[in-house]
Design a protein. Structure first.
Length: 99
């Protein structure tokens, strides 16, 4: 079996080699301490929190108004909220019991 295949089953102390090596290099002065700016990282991450399609105002307005087309054609009663139209739709999709 290759070393890569054994990585998941390996001892956790061995899998943290890179982190331990970096820590030692920072202690000895061979490597600079990484600078972390959590506020800037958070602000920058916000741009990835919303998909590009959701940023499009046209897509937002059509989704909000329900004017988008569904994949299965006319959905029937869901848009009006009228119980009678729901019953009509149910009659259309329910097979006859006499067959």
């Amino acid at each position: 079996m290759s070393d890569a295949a054994n990585l998941n089953a390996a001892d956790p102390a061995k899998t943290n080699y890179d982190a331990e090596q970096l820590a030692e290099e920072i202690e000895t002065g061979e490597a600079a301490t990484p600078q972390v700016n959590a506020d800037a990282d958070y602000e920058r991450s916000k741009q990835f929190a919303v998909a590009d399609v959701d940023r499009d105002t046209k897509a937002d307005s059509s989704a909000a108004s329900g004017s988008g087309k569904s994949g299965s054609g006319n959905s029937g009663s869901g848009e009006s909220g009228d119980p009678a139209s729901f019953l009509k739709m149910a009659e259309q999709v329910t097979p006859d019991s006499e067959s």
